[in-house]
Design a protein around this ligand. Structure first.
Ligand code: ACM
Length: 736
């Protein structure tokens, strides 16, 4: 009976999901607001041409040239240069109504529609930026099979859910040169992000050229700063892609780098040096000093002219106010002005800065600490402390964007960011308050990234955030997101990002050219790195003593957040334990097995398999883990940089052995002793402890395998669903 029920459930599910999915699976990311695939295809051949009807300008034509270059790189076709004259006969016809905003702005119309049939693709948009968004969709639609390259017939009406979809890059903690910013702008454009927020100054660096105050960058940056010409180049590169650039000058805290040349602006006497480590530092501007506002007027006026965007970010985060407390003059100022406390003093400072920026034609954006009853309502609040602070700001009438939950520097999986919604379905906000939520920004704080690793910390996870901010709220199927993210990741590589390739380059460099066992060592590193992830949250800082000059070339830097291969293996173990094992234990007739094999045939890593194949695949993999230990002993001897891999390899070897034993118990139908269970789980707990700032992701599936080996007789009285819950509950990791 149970088996029949399970089969019916499976059949029922597949029938209803088929009925719902009018569209075949596609690779679009972000998913358009509305799309409908139709039968038919537009072949993409060497004769592919583009014509423009209506508005055309240099930005549009440059975008078309870039698109054709990408299409050419993919297909190998040499296309005819320039635009076709006969719009009716062109393969792709662009109908653009106008240029849109002269300066990219938050109220830019990014709408586009795309109609593709077997004769022509038509991309229509009210603005050039709308066309840019549609061109990226076309590139994502390009497909190929035995009959050649093609665009599928489709009808798309698309527009973003939120107007503010950003990526913040911190260029202060670790300097990020021009090529990093440019390739990331290309990545942003590919997933329809439209705001690059540059965190330009902090305790660790002052990274923009000031002409009236050149000492700021000269003494505050080690020579790593953007000249104004270079910054104009970035701004123009971004504009070409429909992306705004918002500069952040974090103040009054996070300002040590200013005080190297201007100690008189600080709340405590100098001298000051560029800060080389990370954390919340105490140096803070002295809001009682009129000279400070003179300098800010000059500097911010200069920056207001350099950056064309309507907004300028003043930071405002993490003021502990110790140096304010220690300064009698500042405390007296708080008393005489009736400012109440340090937060009141910060609000006073913010008001003064807001006045300066208003004078220079800018609107203010700041981190959520800037909210204060005395602060005008026309600022934008960027919430890093939580959705509550965003909601609270909206209730008080402030516009806001969400960054809490999009902290990609903290190494959480894409799934967590993806499900984090600026306006969740159960939002407590009224319709009018919801209108104040403009969107969100992923934040790439750069304490732990170098130009070499930064792409791997931004991508592909930021594509999942981009989808959250563009696509309808209902688009939230995590498995489908990961399927499309894997495709998108390669397309992001194709625009020049190095999130995939940096890793192999790092392995090769660490192993050295002359090493006679380099090939073997390389494979071992590949396996180990695939099964670990950097520790999450702010933990790395508690495990490694770092300074700005420490090379970020260690094992943890070689590992990717949200490891694709770890996730794929976990999925395999999941399939085995919760789908395949329950069926095997019920001894299904062969024809039912065949049906189920088919039902599972879309799974990752391995295609349809029977029980014995599953056992063999997983056992082989666990043997590979087990056998790594001696290789890493040798690597540790020869390569000091990789010595820290030894304990991890030892753990991986142990869990490989434990897993193989558990598999033996399951397959042979014998029960291990209670003692075995206790000892194995305790060893797994040990393996779960981070080492070298890395977590062994492979521990959890093996924990479940051990529990399953001890609990399998319960399967006789449980449904597959109950079995899964039972094992997962008993195998839940200890809270660390
Ligand atoms: C922040 O993360 N301190 C804005």
């Amino acid at each position: 009976m149970k088996t029949v029920a399970l089969l019916v459930t499976l059949l029922g599910l597949s029938v209803s999901s088929f009925a719902q999915s009018v569209n075949p699976p596609h690779n679009l990311m972000p998913v358009p607001a509305a799309l409908k695939f139709q039968p038919g295809r537009l072949p993409v051949t060497e004769q592919f041409t583009v014509a423009v009807r209506g508005h055309s300008d240099a930005r549009l034509q440059a975008a078309l040239a870039r698109m054709m270059a990408r299409l050419g790189a993919r297909t190998g076709f040499t296309f005819t240069r320039g635009l076709a004259s006969d719009a009716d006969k062109a393969s792709l016809m662009i109908a653009c109504q106008g240029p849109g905003k002269a300066i990219p702005a938050v109220d830019e119309d990014e709408t586009y529609t795309l109609e593709i049939n077997d004769r022509q693709a038509t991309l229509s948009a009210p603005t050039v930026v709308g066309v840019l968004r549609g061109l990226e969709t076309i590139l994502q639609l390009l497909n190929g099979d035995k009959d050649g390259h093609f665009l599928p017939a489709v009808s798309i009406q698309d527009k973003p859910r939120f107007p503010w979809r950003g990526l913040m890059i911190d260029i202060a903690r670790h300097w990020q040169p021009m090529e990093v910013i440019k390739r990331n702008l290309d990545g942003m454009a590919a997933v329809k992000l439209n705001v690059l927020h540059l965190h330009i100054t902090d305790d660790q660096g002052f990274r923009i050229e000031s002409k009236p105050y050149p000492e700021l960058q000269q003494r505050g940056s080690d020579g790593d700063f953007y000249t104004q010409d270079q910054m104009r180049e970035i701004i123009e590169y971004a504009r070409q892609r429909g992306i705004r650039v918002i500069p952040e000058f974090d103040m009054p805290g996070h300002t040590t780098a200013w005080f190297v040349s201007h100690p008189e602006l600080a709340s405590k006497p100098g001298p000051y040096e560029i800060e080389r480590t990370w954390g919340i530092m105490q140096p803070v501007m002295d809001p009682t000093n009129e000279k400070l506002y003179e300098l800010l007027d000059g500097f911010l006026g200069e920056m207001a002219a350099l950056f064309p965007d309507a907004y300028l970010h003043i930071g405002g985060d993490e003021i502990e106010g110790l140096h304010w407390k220690e300064n009698a003059k500042i405390q007296a100022f708080i008393q005489t002005k009736g400012l109440k406390d340090n937060h009141g003093l910060q609000a006073y400072f913010n008001q003064r800065v807001a006045q300066i920026l208003t004078k220079h034609g800018k609107r203010v954006i700041g981190w959520d600490e800037v909210v204060h009853p005395d602060i005008p309502k026309n600022i934008v609040v960027q919430s890093w402390r939580g959705p509550e602070s965003l909601a609270a700001a909206a209730r008080q009438g402030y516009s806001g964007i969400l960054s809490n939950g999009y902290y990609i520097d903290l190494m959480y999986p894409a799934r967590d960011h993806y499900l984090n919604d600026p306006i969740p379905a159960d939002t407590p906000l009224s319709i009018n308050e919801q209108k104040l939520i403009l969107g969100g920004e992923a934040t790439m704080w750069s304490e732990w990234v170098s130009p070499e690793t930064i792409d791997s910390r931004i991508w592909p996870r930021t594509a999942a955030i981009a989808e959250r901010l563009w696509s309808p709220r209902e688009v939230r199927d995590v498995a489908d997101m990961y399927r499309r993210l894997a495709v998108m990741s390669k397309q992001l590589e194709a625009v020049g990002l190095q999130h995939l390739t940096y890793q192999t380059a790092m392995w090769r460099r660490a192993l050295g050219a002359e090493n006679d066992r380099a090939t073997e060592f390389y494979s071992a590193l590949e396996i180990l790195t695939g099964l670990v992830e950097p520790v999450k949250g702010y933990r790395r800082g508690t495990m490694q003593q770092a300074t700005q000059s420490m090379p970020l070339t260690r094992l943890v830097d070689m590992a990717r957040p949200d490891s694709h291969s770890a996730r794929a293996w976990a999925h395999e173990f999941d399939n085995f334990l919760y789908d395949i094992l329950p069926l095997e234990k019920e001894n299904l007739p062969a024809h039912q097995r065949a049906f189920l094999d088919q039902a599972f045939s879309t799974r990752t890593v391995t295609q349809s398999k029977n029980y014995d194949d599953w056992v063999k695949t997983l056992t082989d993999e666990m043997r590979r883990w087990r056998d790594l230990k001696p290789t890493f002993e040798e690597i540790g001897v020869r390569i000091p940089l990789l010595q820290e891999a030894k304990p991890l390899a030892s753990d991986l070897s142990a869990i490989g052995k434990i897993g193989s034993q558990a598999m033996f118990y399951l397959v042979s139908g014998t029960l291990p002793s209670v003692e075995w269970r206790v000892i194995m789980l305790s060893r797994l707990d040990q393996a779960a402890l981070p080492k070298a700032a890395l977590e062994l992701v492979a521990v959890q599936p093996i924990r479940e395998l051990v529990i399953a080996a001890c609990e399998w007789p319960n399967l006789k009285t449980m449904t597959a669903e109950e079995w899964k819950r039972h094992v997962k509950t008993l195998a839940a990791p200890k809270k660390q």
